[in-house]
Design a protein around this ligand. Structure first.
Ligand code: RB5
Length: 161
């Protein structure tokens, strides 16, 4: 089935530990008709996950892509790095439940996965859920707004230093 062009444009990246799962996800997304920007890495040669978390985050915040997928060994390092980019809400998911709640409650714009934690098959199922689940808004909006307020406050305080 070809996905209509209204479907989200996806940025994807990984470090070496997430490379294999990243490739599995990329191939799935391309075969499903998504527009995918692969920001690397391109092999299992050792690289540093912050570079790739930053790249995905910046691509999403600049609106060149609508949503991001970031994979390192555990998903932790790359999600921490992506979350340093203002405007990014990267959520580390381990199963379908957390992948769904990342969208419904947190309006996550980056899904982080652990390439040494989940199988390629499980990763694809989580990606499918993440990409097709809507943010619920409502009471969650106040909390997401508070996250944005923290970013604004930190930026204002940094500017004063
Ligand atoms: C790389 O060995 C590993 O530390 C990295 O992929 C990630 O799991 C860090 O959080």
């Amino acid at each position: 089935m070809t996905i209509p062009s209204t479907n989200p444009r996806i940025a994807i990246a990984s470090d070496h530990a997430g490379f294999s799962v990243k490739e599995t996800i990329r191939k799935y997304l391309e075969s499903a008709g998504y527009a995918v920007s692969d920001l690397g890495t391109s092999s299992e040669e050792s690289v540093d996950y912050p570079d790739y978390g930053k790249a995905v985050g910046e691509r999403v915040v600049s609106k060149q892509s609508d949503l991001g997928i970031a994979v390192c060994g555990t998903g932790m390092g790359i999600s921490i790095a992506a979350n340093k980019v203002p405007g990014v809400r990267a959520a580390l998911a381990h199963d379908l439940h957390t992948a769904r709640l990342a969208r419904e409650h947190n309006d996550a714009n980056v899904l982080a996965l652990g390439g040494r934690v989940v199988s390629g098959e499980a990763a694809i199922r989580m990606v499918q859920v993440f990409l097709t689940t809507a943010y619920l808004g409502g009471r969650h909006q106040r909390r997401v707004d508070k996250i944005t307020a923290i970013e604004k406050q930190e930026r204002a305080e940094a500017a004063k230093r």
